[in-house]
Design a protein around this ligand. Structure first.
Ligand SMILES: *Cc1c(COP(=O)(O)O)cnc(C)c1O
Length: 406
């Protein structure tokens, strides 16, 4: 409605009303639609808008133009090259994206078949939150096709397969095409967390996955200034039906401002991933050559267990590396404190290089024998490589390594 100024007789009314949208200009960049609701000209328009949900705008928890534009862009990136259409929903965090998918697809008694080395928050979400709803979580070794088949045959209930590749801490890879072929044979949906790769490096939908989720907090936004998540799938009925229905009811939508920050980040995704991947390969090769380092986990190294699989399903090998130094827990702490360029931050996927010593940070509250089972040794260090010149990062690590005697 165009506001009729003449109808305003009092100061308080003028204060309380919004302004007429100056629709005379065409913004080149996506505007932030910071509005809870959308106005209708007529009751007929209101009736139609509510009936045509999703797709029309009525209330921002259901759908918002800024949020939808960014979700669609990520969906297009994930579907790129397939010739098919994908649909996305942008959420408030990666965790809420995972939560939304599982809550939409499973009910008490159902089963999540997954790997033991998922992102820690996801495993906890499955156990603590979905465990309360009697949703069972079963771990399987995804490098064995027979083991996956045996697991699928063992549980007659409704189930989904949920994977992440490459996975912490060893950056082991799972053959997405193989898993999706098996899943299809048994009529089970395959969900892939593609956070570490982004669609620049790996596109699970093109390899047969049904749903891709991300923590956009990491590489998709890429600047560490926003939190968000996304769910992408090609099944329109599922995405715009049940999953959207749960999305609006749970209220896990992203805010327009966060969506806009992701929008800015996405523009440089290609160049960031390309450079960060190339830098990581150079740094991984340096680490592998150093006498004070015992193991380097990076799928781009020919020494990595899954190198040939990574060459097949990835375009570049990503920006994450983990390595073990020779020596003790104390030596790892000494190394961390001696670094002057690599930032000690418990996240990943930003423009600068970040380093983490899981045993003294993210896993400090977990019993040593349990974390050791997952390969989180006292001397394991994780690097999220940034856009700096790799020579400077190598120089920083090199001089820090002189501080430890092994
Ligand atoms: C960070 C992360 C998540 C969780 O995302 P948030 O945005 O922190 O909620 C899920 N999966 C992976 C692989 C992650 O790195």
């Amino acid at each position: 409605m165009i506001m009729n100024r003449k109808a305003i007789k009092h100061f308080a009314t003028l204060c309380a009303k919004g302004v007429n949208d100056p629709k005379t200009t065409k913004p080149h960049q996506l505007p932030i639609y910071a509005t809870a609701g959308f106005e209708f000209e007529t009751s007929i328009e209101s009736i139609n808008s509510f009936q045509l949900q999703p797709g029309t705008h009525v209330y921002s928890r259901y759908g918002n133009p800024t949020v939808e534009a960014v979700a669609q862009k990520i969906a297009d990136l994930e579907a790129f090259g397939t010739g098919k259409e994908a649909f996305g929903l942008l959420t408030s965090s990666g965790q809420s994206a995972v939560h939304l998918v599982i809550q939409s697809l499973l009910k008490p008694g159902d089963v999540i078949i997954t790997q033991g080395n998922l992102y820690g928050g996801t495993t906890e979400l499955f156990k603590k939150v979905f465990g309360q709803s009697n949703i069972d979580i079963q771990f399987v070794d995804f490098s064995s096709k027979e083991a996956i088949i045996a697991m699928l045959q063992k549980y007659a209930q409704n189930k989904v397969i949920y994977i992440e590749t490459p996975a912490n801490p060893t950056l082991s890879c799972i053959d997405i095409q193989m898993v999706s072929d098996v899943a299809k044979t048994y009529g089970v949906l395959l969900i892939v967390d593609n956070t570490f790769c982004t669609p620049y490096i790996q596109r699970p939908l093109s390899l047969g996955a049904d749903i891709v989720i991300h923590s956009t907090t990491k590489f998709l936004h890429g600047h560490g200034a926003s939190m968000g998540g996304v769910v992408v799938g090609m099944d329109k009925e599922l995405m715009k039906g049940k999953i959207w229905e749960f999305y609006k009811l749970i209220g896990c939508n992203a805010s327009p401002f966060e969506a806009w920050l992701i929008y800015l980040g996405l523009k440089t995704l290609s160049i960031r991933m390309k450079t960060q991947s190339a830098n990581a390969l150079e740094i991984a090769k340096y680490l592998e050559s150093h006498s004070k380092i015992s193991t380097v986990n990076y799928p781009g190294l020919t020494s990595h267990r899954d190198h040939s699989l990574a060459c097949r399903q990835m375009n570049g090998f990503g920006a994450l590396i983990s390595f073990d130094i020779k020596g003790t827990y104390e030596d790892a702490i000494t190394l961390m404190d001696a670094l002057e360029l690599c930032a000690m931050v418990p996240t990943l996927g930003e423009t600068d290089t970040m380093i983490l010593h899981p045993a003294s940070s993210s896993h400090v509250k977990i019993d040593k024998d349990i974390r050791m089972q997952y390969g989180i040794t006292d001397t394991l260090i994780r690097l999220s490589v940034g856009l700096e010149s790799p020579e400077d990062i190598i120089g920083d690590i090199d001089s820090a390594l002189t501080k430890i005697q092994v």
